[in-house]
Design a protein around this ligand. Structure first.
Ligand SMILES: [Zn+2]
Length: 56
């Protein structure tokens, strides 16, 4: 099992772990966080606005 250093406390944590058992730093939030949902929410709002304006 491979280990990786925690970016918060430099503790060696398993790559399969979702969070650091030493300090509680979450690893998955950096990759699959809420940023993508916010991005697509803005894109969807812009597309919806363009579609509405095209019918006016
Ligand atoms: Zn840590």
């Amino acid at each position: 099992m491979s280990l990786r250093p925690c970016p918060s406390c430099q503790n060696s944590v398993s790559r399969q772990a979702e969070f650091c058992p030493n300090c509680g730093h979450t690893f998955k939030s950096s990759k699959n966080g809420g940023v993508g949902i916010t991005f697509w929410g803005i894109v969807g709002a812009i597309i919806l606005a363009v579609v509405i304006l095209s019918f006016c």
